[in-house]
Design a binder for this molecule. Structure first.
Ligand code: NAD
Length: 458
């Protein structure tokens, strides 16, 4: 079939795969190629067992793969053929060297830029889909443009705002699409070329055009603001537990103020995921590198509060269970960092498992989608860990259940049946406040909600 245009995406991860699948679905006249250096991942994209779980993703892949959506590892071919090259490689936090633990590690980005420079022919629009520090496009321009004679590049920032767990819905109905380009004729043309793709399904008023720097910074700021709301409400949970206030009532009352809004105000064991922590630390690093210490310190506390919340959760468990977890069996309900995803990057469950093992507890992990990732994350940890798919089997013989992920299925279990198979006293620590605490208490459980007084039998 003759395609009107070819576009590609380098990086077939949580962003690259779903984003390109939706573009392929909405732009059937485009050929969309998704490439990656990870051959095993590409093989999974071409199989019935996709490398990631996202509600609705399988259907979109089924409708497009092999028609106008292609997954492969031939980077040179994809770059040569494409007018527009999206780059969605990972940008983790630097692990060593200058800025370690804070700054973004741009090695994958830079190596991609060099690959593009090597294989490109003619004019290419290079789109930053990855989340990058403000002014990265400048560095990219230097790598791409300095050495090429017969090649030309325009760099556009088009950060992705999808949330894992609702990625397909977010891509189909985005709150906004942001396109940052240079204020030059070539920059404006490139922005219009990217806008043309989204106009296939996104209303024009939802497409924002801005400078490259505003676009890069907007993505970091959006994630920082979302995480800040979680840390803000979490910071109130210990106060509720001491005073007898209930965080659910407080969030509801505060969130009904239309100036505040109710979203992202649920107290939890802490945020996770590959983005929030790294993007805030990146913002902190940038602010500090410009000498803005107060700005850096302000945002750094969002991450510190999150660490505190995870730590507090484990401390509550230890105190509640008579100051020793040795030889106790603790069942974690959920390992994914949030519901509806298999992603376990930066999940609070990892920290909690490590701490429980340090206390000589046995840990049983159950999760409907993330057990494979959990196994790989915990490989090499010493201690007694079991992975059990069925939550009833997982809870059997346990002293405590800790709800870590807000999977819907955990709301609807038969807790009477679970209670009967557990050690007594049987504890429940609800790290997401998703269960019916009064009902659990009347079944006999010792119930520890977050941000409210525990419901106990003594
Ligand atoms: N995951 C999210 O919810 C989300 C949301 C918005 C933005 N982002 C941002 O999008 C970017 C990608 O995130 P992700 O979660 O998709 O990461 P990911 O780790 O799932 O995927 C990145 C992919 O890039 C590939 N890759 C790395 N270097 C490469 C190279 N040189 N050539 C080809 N492929 C290469 C990796 O093999 C991997 O498959 C990050 O900057 C992230 O901050 C993520």
């Amino acid at each position: 079939m003759e395609f009107k245009k070819t576009i590609c995406c380098i990086g077939a991860g949580y962003v690259g795969g779903p984003t390109m699948a939706v573009i392929a679905l909405k732009c059937p006249e485009y050929k969309v190629e998704v490439v990656d250096i990870d051959e095993a991942k590409i093989a999974k994209w071409n199989s019935d067992r996709l490398p990631i779980f996202e509600p609705g993703l399988e259907e979109v892949i089924r409708a497009t793969r092999g028609k106008n959506l292609f997954f492969h590892t031939n980077m040179a071919q994809a770059i040569k053929e494409s007018e527009v090259i999206f780059v969605s490689v990972n940008t983790p936090t630097k692990e060593h060297g200058e800025g370690a633990g804070m700054a973004a590690d741009l090695r994958y980005w830079e190596s991609t830029a060099r690959t593009i420079r090597e294989h490109a022919e003619g004019h290419k629009i290079v789109v930053e889909k990855s989340t990058l520090p403000v002014r990265t496009a400048d560095a990219m321009a230097k790598i791409l443009c300095n050495f090429s004679d017969c090649k030309s590049f325009e760099i556009v920032s088009n950060p992705e705002f999808l949330a894992e767990g609702s990625a397909i819905k977010d891509l189909l109905e985005p709150d906004r699409v942001l396109i940052g380009a240079r204020d030059t004729e070539k920059g404006r043309q490139a922005a219009l070329a990217i806008e043309e793709i989204y106009l296939h399904w996104v209303p024009k008023e939802r497409i924002l055009l801005s400078s490259v720097w505003s676009s890069e910074l907007s993505k970091l700021v959006s994630n920082a603001l979302l995480a800040q709301r979680i840390s803000s409400i979490n910071s109130i949970t210990p106060l509720c537990e001491i005073t007898g206030a209930d965080i659910r009532e407080v969030s509801r009352a505060a969130g009904m103020d239309s100036r505040i809004g109710g979203k992202f105000l649920n107290a939890s064991v802490g945020f996770g995921g590959s983005c929030f922590k790294k993007d805030i630390l990146n913002l902190v690093y940038i602010a500090r590198s410009y000498g803005l210490e107060e700005v850096a310190a302000y945002w750094e506390w969002v991450v510190r509060m999150n660490e505190y919340q995870k730590h507090r959760f484990v401390k509550t468990m230890i105190r509640a269970m008579f100051n020793t977890l040795a030889n106790k069996r603790i069942c974690l309900f959920g390992f994914a960092f949030k519901a509806n995803t298999s992603d376990t990057r930066e999940t609070p469950a990892l920290y909690i498992t490590q701490k429980l093992l340090e206390e000589d507890a046995s840990v049983v992990i159950t999760d409907p989608k993330a057990l494979e990732n959990a196994r790989s994350d915990l490989k090499g940890l010493s201690g007694n860990i079991e992975f059990v798919e069925d939550p009833y089997e997982a809870a059997k013989g346990s002293d405590a259940i800790a709800v870590i992920t807000e999977w819907e299925l955990y709301r609807d279990l038969d807790y009477g049946r679970i209670y009967d198979t557990m050690q007594k006293p049987a504890f429940i620590f609800d790290g997401r406040n998703i269960l019916d605490h009064k009902a659990l208490h009347s079944l006999g459980f010792q119930v520890y909600p977050l941000g409210a007084r525990p419901l106990l039998h003594w």
